[in-house]
Design a protein around this ligand. Structure first.
Ligand SMILES: [Mg+2]
Length: 261
């Protein structure tokens, strides 16, 4: 007989409860920035944490710059071995959603080159500098220009739908200094064009959680999310029906090292 599921009401600030959840979970969903890594540097004990949850984890990140493959390579160079199928990212998931739902429509995708390549390979019809398009899709693009922002505004003003990879305003970068995230671009667009109704793909929307559970055949009640952001990791886990263990300045534990037994 299975032990009773801890559910979303489990007191994960209690170290014994957190340890039991991590020990018994079918799937441990672990956030990237602020949990496993800070910028390009792995977090202290990140490798030990991944060894502890070995073949029962998936990295669940609102990262919208990488593809699972490019992030797997990047983590490998930082000394963390994570195969691409154990990585779910908001940017790539947005592209998957566009590929699944978009049919014959066109998309103006503002994203990093590797995500655009992933979109083309997934069969999404991208338009560059279009006069009009059905959909404006926004992810984190480090080469985004003022002209790009004006193009977004023009297309949205013309009636295009807006889909955004994730709502985060910032994420912790190198030396834990915050860097601008996709949600800040959304805030800018909403300030310029009040009344937008964006679809936001990443956490806290439960979609990415549910896709991860499906991929590994796990159930929410017997899974657990480890994250550093109550508004995305915590709320998203609750919406998906699983408990969350929070680390970092807004959490019950300083870092994932405190969870390694
Ligand atoms: Mg985070």
């Amino acid at each position: 007989m299975h032990p009773q599921p801890a559910g979303t009401n489990a007191d994960t600030s209690d170290p014994d409860t957190a340890a039991a959840l991590l020990r018994e979970a079918e799937l441990v969903l672990i956030d990237l920035d602020g949990c496993l890594a800070f910028g390009e540097a792995p977090a202290p004990s990140a490798a030990a944490f991944l060894r502890m949850v070995e073949d029962r984890f998936v990295v669940l990140s609102n990262n919208s710059t990488d593809t699972p493959e490019s992030l797997s390579d990047r983590l490998g160079r930082a000394g963390l071995t994570v195969e691409p199928r154990r990585i779910m990212l908001a940017g790539a998931l947005m592209v998957d959603e566009l590929a699944a739902t978009h049919g014959d429509g066109t998309v103006a995708l503002f994203a990093a080159p590797q995500l655009k390549e992933y979109a083309r390979a997934s069969g999404v019809t991208l338009v560059e500098a279009a006069a009009s398009t059905d959909t404006v899709a926004v992810a984190r693009d480090l080469s985004l220009t003022f002209e790009d922002l004006n193009t977004m505004l023009r297309l949205l003003h013309g009636g295009a739908n807006l889909i955004v990879s994730n709502p985060d305003l910032t994420h912790p970068g190198n030396n834990r200094v915050p860097v601008v995230e996709t949600g800040a671009l959304l805030a800018l667009l909403e300030a310029c064009l009040p009344g937008l109704h964006p679809r936001i793909v990443g956490k806290p929307d439960p979609l990415m959680f549910l896709r991860a559970l499906q991929r590994f055949g796990a159930t929410p009640a017997r899974s657990v999310m480890v994250g550093d952001n109550p508004a995305t990791d915590g709320l998203g886990a609750r919406c998906a029906g699983m408990p969350a263990i929070l680390v970092g300045p807004n959490g019950s534990y300083a870092g994932v090292g405190d969870l390694v037994r």
